[in-house]
Each structure stands twice: as structure tokens, then as C-alpha cells.
Unconditional design. Sequence first.
Length: 356
Amino acid sequence: MTNKKISKKDIGKLLEGWSREFTVFVPSKDRGVTEMAKWDGKDTGFFEWYRNTVIPAKSSFLPAMEKMFSFQKDTDGYHLELSQDQQKRILFGIRPCDARAIAIIDNVFTDSYEDPYYVSKRKNTVLIGLNCTNPYDSCFCTSLGVKPTQSVDVDLMLTDIGDEFSVEEITDKGKELLAAASVVKKATKADDAKAKTVTAAVSGMVKRKVDTKDIAKKLQACFSDKDYWEKVAANCVSCGICTLLCPTCYCFDICDELSKKQGTRYRRWDSCGFSIYTRMPMENPREEKWRRVRQKVCHKYEFYPMNFDVIACTGCGRCIRLCPVNWDIIQILSSVPAEQPAKKKVVSEKDVSYRY
Ligand code: SF4
Ligand code: SF4
């Protein structure tokens, strides 16, 4: 199939056209922190510096802080006003690993309970991918079955072929978007060949690897090895960065802001790395750091696959790049012992009942 193409010089015109109908989000920098943010209507210079964003694209669907509803009380009781974000949006330039991460967390927000806040944003968003051609040293996506140039989770996929982008139409949503864009041209066979050469070269650039084949079984086997998990958690300072900025972590807390007879309910990102995360009236099952670190690892590589048949990690490498003490998930996964000597097992009922 022949692709389409667009000149890099025309990207501004393309985004401008789409901005009439959609709110367009592009890779942006704010005081050194990169994220998908609303396009300012001018700047298309992100191609020069963009590799991937620090804040993952999940924030477009599950913001770090989100208003759920406001409420007020009068003589008739409580009155609620739901917060509904119905704007049509385009995420332009999402990397394949982050698009995969969104597909992974879709499972949670559409399972037995459909989360209206997440789902409305998801349904109204077109994902335009940009194939990764410059992975970080910490990336290991290929170990999780994710290719740096895969287009399964987006509506359109762009590949950098020099002065132009090759554009692959993936879904009907994507096709419709391109149909009205006069700056998009038909690609030639030579353009398609260039795109193929670029994508073929990238997989080899992802250098770090870990064998994830039997990882769930291995983690299950060493779940009660306290010595092992204490070693794994030794340097962690429980800052929560590796979970808050992980594209597949989705935990949130709910809080109310109250003023006399009215208030607002928000939800905000939370992390299983925090000691208060599991605080309950009678006990806290993960007061010790090693239990929390174990939870983070086992949830991604053992419990989540049990529920949804997919590992909740895309190998994006953020948790490695951003950890202040160089905690390295690849080293941890590579060091999980295959079998546990019986003497090391410290099985407790408490451990088993909080294993999820
Ligand atoms: S980013 Fe590093 S120090 Fe912070 S919670 Fe994660 S592993 Fe621990
Ligand atoms: S666990 Fe680390 S490498 Fe895996 S998706 Fe999360 S941040 Fe990326």
C-alpha cells in the first residue's frame, strides 16, 4: 500500500487546519519538563529536540489532577455538577510505546466499570504517532514485544524520512483526518522505500534487553523471599517518580476541597511507592519499603497479566532515566531467582491476602 507524505515545512499549516475542529496537543517543553501540551499555534520546532516526553501521554486521559464534580448543599440537599471534557482532540507525535501504554490501561478504565472521565477523553481523541528513530540508552521496548516503529495503537503513523514525513493511514478516523488536508500528498515508491529503511534500522538501536518470558512465574516463586526484596528495595527513597511517571501506572487518590456548603471533588495521581498509600484504619499492609517495591514490580509483571493477559510495562525506560538513585528495573527483572530454596521462604497469611 502506498503511503501519504507531508513536507516538514507544512506541519504548521496542517496543525492549523486541524485546530479549527480539534484541540491539538504536541510535544512541548515547560521549564525543562516535556509533555504533550496544547499547541500554541506557531511552534513546530519540537522535531528538533523531541525523543519522548518526561510526562507520559497518559496525562491526556488521566491528568495528574482532575476535577470530577462540584457540589453544593441547600435546603433540598446536595446538588452535583459533573465535570465533562467533551473537546475533540488530536495528540500529535505520540511514540509507539506510549500509544501501547494507553491501550494497556484502557483495560482498567473500561473493564467492569467504565470510567466516564477517562473514556470520554479517549473516544474524542485521535492519536497521531511518530515512529521512534532515536531511542534512549534506557529503552528496552523490544523485550516487551513493542517495536519502536509499530503502528497498531494509533490512527495515523508518521515516519521521519528527511525533509518530509511519510504518513501511514491506520484507521478510518485517521483517513478522515487526512482527507481534508491539502498539504498532504501521495508518497512515491521511493518515499515508501525510505520509510521502510528507516523503520528497519530502529529495532537494532534498542540495546538493552531482558528476558520477560517466564517472569510472572519467577516473581510468583520469589514473592515471599524477604531477603531478596529487601536487597532490591535497599536504595529506593520512595519518591514515587517511577510510578507517577510510568505510562502504565494508573492509581489515583480522591480528595475534596470544601468551603462552607460547597466544594469540589478532584482525583490526582497516587503511587503504591508511598507508605500512606495502603494505610487503613486497622493496619497498613505495606508499611515496609520492600513490600511496596515488591508490589510495584509484581503488579506490572505478574498481577496485571493475570487480569488482562498483558504485562503492564512497555519498556519505555522512564523509570530508569528518572529515578534519583538509579534504580534499574532491567537489573531487577534479570536478577529474579528462578527457584527459591525452601529455607528462604517467609510465607505469611498477610502476604498472600494482600497479593494482587
Ligand atoms: S524512582 Fe527510584 S527512588 Fe523513586 S520510588 Fe522509584 S525506585 Fe524508588
Ligand atoms: S515500568 Fe518503567 S519501563 Fe515499564 S512502562 Fe513503566 S516507566 Fe516504562
